[in-house]
Design a protein around this ligand. Structure first.
Ligand SMILES: NC(=O)c1ccc[n+]([C@@H]2O[C@H](COP(=O)([O-])OP(=O)(O)OC[C@H]3O[C@@H](n4cnc5c(N)ncnc54)[C@H](OP(=O)(O)O)[C@@H]3O)[C@@H](O)[C@H]2O)c1
Length: 280
């Protein structure tokens, strides 16, 4: 049995589907706050809060593997307690969804908790794999209200290009690492197949939707104000740094998705085609 935390989010939802599709028994963990776990054969929804490690005990009982996804920066999670709870229940393999910035900016207030959690995972005594994700294609979902209402996209740093990764690719790599031993002890950097700027992504979305979308560049202060509605200040500040002043590594396309999956990573355009209905 495989336990998936963050089971109703961008990555977890797809991971639950893919594991269940492949015939695995899945325990799908969330707090049950955001949305319910869809009913599906082989999937058992469980309510637990990662900030209270003990609440995970019923979910991990008898499990072989754990997908660990901590929301936001993860500062609220006692990783040692979570992994001890999992190991005590018989879990032998853990796959952590981390961020590329845990490697490129381990000292930043925004990403230091994830960098620390990576270390806890690596020294847990469990078989581990760390997935360092670049920015998600699904961050463009934040544009839905203004696209629907005004046909406009408001975003900062319009011409800074980054290789956004499709959560479906993250879920596929996670499924491979959860179910096969060859990924043990590996840290993967997972990005999309090409760097695109917010202005280019706006153009791609417009083409897919068959509408003219106007790109409106926000100043960093305006963008920060918007982001504070969705995330804590340290995460907003850290994210803005990456969007505006990426390091050379953050701009580069990583070969790891293709190496693990044996196919190219999914492009922003392909993600947009698949997600078009959400924007209409
Ligand atoms: N977005 C990016 O560009 C980006 C880039 C790199 C890394 N990341 C990392 O990706 C992760 C976010 O992934 P995502 O977009 O798939 O998540 P998401 O869509 O925001 O969903 C979060 C999931 O976690 C659950 N959850 C939230 N708080 C919880 C808690 N305390 N205990 C148990 N479950 C909890 C939520 O359900 P309930 O609310 O019902 O509990 C939901 O299932 C974060 O760790 C972030 O650092 C994101």
């Amino acid at each position: 049995m495989i336990v998936v935390t963050g089971a109703t989010g961008n990555v977890g939802r797809l991971l639950v589907e893919s594991l269940a599709e492949a015939g695995h028994e899945v325990t799908a963990v969330s707090r049950g706050v955001s949305s319910p776990v869809p009913e599906r054969a082989g999937v058992t929804p469980m309510v637990a809060d990662l900030s209270d490690a003990g609440s995970l005990t019923p979910a991990v009982k008898g499990a072989d593997a754990l997908f660990l996804l901590v929301s936001g920066a993860g500062a609220h999670v006692d990783g040692e307690a979570v992994l001890r709870t999992a190991a005590d229940a018989g879990v032998s393999r853990v796959v952590l969804l981390s961020s590329q910035a845990a490697g490129t900016r381990p000292e930043a207030v925004s990403h230091a908790p994830l960098a620390a959690l990576e270390q806890v995972v690596r020294s847990s005594g469990l078989e581990w794999t760390v997935l360092r994700a670049g920015g998600f294609t699904t961050n463009a979902f934040a544009w839905i209200p203004s696209i629907r209402a005004q046909g406009k996209v408001f975003a900062p740093y319009g011409d800074v290009a980054l290789p956004a990764v499709d959560p479906l690719d993250l879920a596929s790599v996670a499924a491979a690492a959860l179910t096969g031993g060859v990924h043990a002890g590996r840290t993967y950097v997972l990005t999309g197949p090409e760097a695109t700027s917010p202005r280019q992504r706006t153009g791609i979305l417009g083409d897919v939707l068959g509408v003219d979308l106007e790109f409106v560049e926000l100043g960093p202060d305006q963008a920060r104000e918007q982001m504070l509605r969705l995330m804590p200040a340290p995460v907003a500040d850290g994210t803005l740094e990456i969007l505006g002043q990426p390091t050379p590594e953050e701009v580069r396309v990583s070969p790891d998705v293709a190496a693990v999956l044996g196919r190219e990573a999914t492009s922003f355009a392909a993600w947009a085609e698949r997600s078009a209905a959400d924007f209409r």
